[in-house]
Design a protein around this ligand. Structure first.
Ligand SMILES: Nc1nc2c(ncn2[C@@H]2O[C@H](COP(=O)(O)OP(=O)(O)OP(=O)(O)O)[C@@H](O)[C@H]2O)c(=O)[nH]1
Ligand SMILES: C=C(OP(=O)(O)O)C(=O)O
Length: 209
């Protein structure tokens, strides 16, 4: 069964504050959008992914992403990241009550379709997550078919997801663990090879998808 993914996004002017200074200040929102664009370009092309729903603090500011075939909805209130994910889950479940849903971070610009597909295969319909390369955060959380996602994103989310009974996936999936929060993370994904938008913005070689 294919998965429907929820991708949360703040306003690009406000997101990725730890990355400020990586590009000149007026291009910061463009960088945040480029990271998301490349993440979603891979996610929408991956085998095993059916729908991608972006839950945005400000849909107009991320409207460019529509050309990738994603749907964009406004988060209902300022409840934070997990509230935005729960809202996305509610919408997806309304359409497909017994389907598979997952939450994917929007800051994985080196994401390769095969890493995402491999993670979905290892999860095999169970509640599972992929920790970031530091082992503390979460880049992908998958619900068991028809059961709650129960997102616990935020600091130390890998531990919180384990404590809540989710299975940590063990595949290498390097590109799926390479989230970009800091300048060090950005250097890491540049070495792995980022997608087209981020590559063009930063002037690095592009990953072959
Ligand atoms: N819709 C929505 N998305 C959020 C919210 N908080 C965080 N996100 C998104 O969740 C993802 C993970 O958040 P972080 O990796 O901490 O990113 P961030 O908050 O932009 O980064 P920092 O400012 O450096 O903490 C990013 O894609 C954010 O845009 C929220 O309140 N609403
Ligand atoms: C919100 C999270 O993202 P980050 O650690 O990238 O801020 C998380 O990993 O739960």
């Amino acid at each position: 069964m294919d998965v429907d993914l929820i991708v949360p996004m703040k306003r690009p002017t406000q997101g990725k504050s730890r990355l400020r200074g990586a590009v000149v200040p007026e291009r910061h929102p463009e960088l945040v959008l480029a990271l998301a664009y490349d993440t979603l370009a891979a996610a929408t092309s991956a085998d095993g992914v059916r729908r991608v729903l972006v839950v945005a603090a400000d849909p107009a500011s991320v409207a460019d992403l529509v050309e990738l075939g994603v749907e964009i909805v406004a988060e209902p209130s300022r409840g934070g990241l997990n509230a935005a994910l729960l809202y996305g889950e509610e919408l997806l479940r309304r359409d497909t009550p017994s389907g598979l849903v997952g939450a994917l971070q929007a800051d994985l610009p080196a994401l390769r379709t095969e890493d995402l597909t491999a993670a979905l295969a290892e999860a095999a319909g169970g509640r599972a997550f992929v920790a970031d390369r530091q082992g503390t955060g979460t880049t992908l959380l998958l619900a068991a078919a028809g059961l709650p996602l129960a997102p616990r994103f935020g600091e130390g989310s890998a531990r919180a997801h384990t404590a809540s009974g989710a299975t940590p996936l063990t595949i290498a999936a390097e590109s799926l663990r390479a989230d970009v929060d800091t300048a060090d993370d950005l250097a890491h994904v540049r070495a792995l090879g980022v997608g087209k938008r981020t590559s063009t913005l930063l002037g690095t070689p592009c990953v072959a998808m």
